[in-house]
Write a protein of this length. Structure first.
Length: 530
């Protein structure tokens, strides 16, 4: 089981182990440096190692410690709908997106087979249904656009085998699901067998070009490489440009016990915004029950301080439709990056030369986009043409989905008003055990958390990316930035970029007053650590 001392645990974390790797010790040279140990980074590293490249993979924590372990691990059609992609980018580009999804799913299947990875990969039909009659016409538009994009799809009166009437639906044949961390476990072992090097506890802080060589500066040394792949869900090396093109959202998932055989083995999702998505997982061999995995209730990162109610909303949705649902065994959340125009960003970093590459903007299709991105970048590094390059180019301008782009930028700018407001509490004495809150102290704002033993952690509330005030996330016990999706643990360490550095301690040893303040004065004002 993967240890998550602060935060939720997914069914994947509870049912998989991953190898531990040492940290980098000093400076090294390599051909390719891949930053990020999730499915995007490990797939890219593996594919490049198959090409005979010398590859070094680094991760700030360890392989599998990020968003790959928080997915629902399905392979189904684009989150943004084929007809919307076609309207924005044209039918040919929609076909290219469809081709990338098809080939990425096939690649995962073939790697699992060729490397003998027991990751429970399974082909399934996927069903898209409409929540309201108002959205029924969208199903017809999606049916025709999906067929033009090359998908095998037909329309049915309802999803077969369900305990509720879904109404009209589209059936997408030959979709897939798997256990993401078991797959990652096998994939990283295959990468190491190919000669790859993996370093954990090695956080990259910058990428610089020195005499045509890419120099990755990390917490443990420098890595000199010909090319660098940034696969950290959102790029840390670009301070502004890519972060105006996408926004981070939290999505919430529960795993509910259902009797074995009571729910059809399908993938299911609806037309809502945000939508709900459903799949089944067998927790252990020969279990007498299955885990119904259902997610939804999304919101922008850092814009709900007490999101536990979202688990309740997902559970209510489940119990209304699945009367056989039993105990909730798992609750977890994850972060997805939503591109403004609905298509992922895979390819050359627009802010550097041709030797830095990005995989980001995964939307609700992280496993598919990450695999397709690794395929595309491998071709680019190897000097091969790839028909997907233009549609996925991170350098493309947001000319499609411009209204969404403007809305997201307005939302981001509005968060800076938090600098003008007071604190959520007036004193740390008001903060209960296991809770966090924002306080104002003079011109600055502080993020204070009291652990279950009463120990107080006090940090600067200023995000180290672009200076937004962070917000408490009571579900994951983290400090989340409402502007660009950075996340920090209660000690200030970075959990998710683009923030490059931790939150600063408010005062030495976390005290809220300078060391010169007397103990009695600190105690009187409630500033002691308890």
């Amino acid at each position: 089981m993967i240890d998550t001392p602060h935060g939720s645990t997914s069914v994947w974390m509870a049912t998989a182990d991953l190898p531990q790797f040492p940290s980098l010790q000093g400076d090294i040279d390599t051909s390719i440096c891949v930053i990020g140990g999730g499915i995007a980074g490990v797939t890219a590293a593996y594919l490049l190692s198959r090409e005979g490249k010398a590859v070094v993979l680094i991760d700030a924590i360890n392989v599998g410690a990020g968003e790959t372990g928080r997915t629902t691990a399905h392979f189904f059609p684009p989150d943004n709908r084929y007809f919307e992609i076609e309207n924005s980018f044209g039918a040919e580009n929609a076909r290219l997106v469809g081709d990338s999804f098809h080939r990425a799913t096939n690649l995962v299947e073939s790697i699992a087979r060729d490397e003998n990875i027991d990751c429970e990969f399974e082909r399934l039909d996927g069903y898209l249904f409409s929540l309201t009659e108002k959205e029924y016409p969208d199903l017809d538009k999606e049916l025709e656009a999906a067929r033009r994009a090359g998908a095998t799809v037909d329309k049915l009166e309802k999803v077969p085998g369900l305990s509720f009437d879904s109404g009209p639906c589209l059936r997408f044949a030959n979709q897939a699901q798997f256990h993401p961390l078991k797959y990652l476990n096998g994939l990283v072992k295959a990468f190491v067998r190919n000669g790859g090097k993996v370093y954990a506890q090695t956080r990259a802080s910058s990428i610089d070009t020195v005499n045509s060589v890419q120099v990755v500066t990390t917490s443990e040394g420098k890595i000199r490489a010909t090319a660098v792949v940034v696969a950290t869900n959102t790029p840390f090396n670009d301070r502004v440009v890519m972060h105006t093109k996408q926004a981070g959202y939290r999505t919430y998932v529960i795993g509910v016990r259902v009797p074995k055989g009571s729910v059809p083995r399908i993938l299911l999702w609806d037309t809502g915004d945000p939508y709900y998505y459903v799949r089944l997982q067998t927790p252990v061999p020969d279990a007498d029950h299955e885990i119904l995995i259902v997610g939804g209730a999304d919101h922008k990162v850092g814009q709900d301080s007490h999101p536990q109610h979202r688990y309740d909303e997902v559970e209510a949705w489940v119990r209304e439709r699945y009367p056989m649902a039993g105990a909730v065994d798992f609750r977890w959340s994850g972060e997805v990056m939503e591109p403004a125009d609905g298509v992922a960003y895979l390819g050359r970093n627009p802010m550097d030369d041709d030797n830095v590459y990005l995989i980001t903007g995964d939307s609700g299709n992280g496993m598919t986009h990450c695999t397709a991105g690794a395929m595309l970048i491998t071709d680019l590094i190897m000097g091969r043409d790839n028909a997907w390059e233009k549609i996925y180019a991170p350098s493309r301008k947001v000319t499609h989905g411009i209204s969404e782009f403007i809305k997201e930028q307005a939302n981001t700018l509005s968060q800076y008003r938090d600098w003008l407001t007071g604190g959520e509490v007036d004193s740390v004495q008001e903060i209960a055990a296991g809770q966090g809150a924002i306080l104002r102290e003079g011109k600055r704002k502080l993020a204070a958390y009291r652990d279950e033993q009463g120990e107080l952690y006090v940090l600067s509330a200023t995000c180290t990316h672009l200076g937004c005030i962070v917000s408490w996330n009571g579900a994951e016990k983290s400090w989340d930035c409402p502007c660009h999706g950075s996340r920090f643990n209660v000690a200030g360490a970075v959990l998710h970029g683009p923030a490059p550095t931790p939150l600063e301690a408010a005062w030495p040893e976390g005290k809220m007053k300078p060391p010169s303040a007397s103990k009695d004065a600190r105690h009187e004002k409630g500033y002691d650590r308890h």
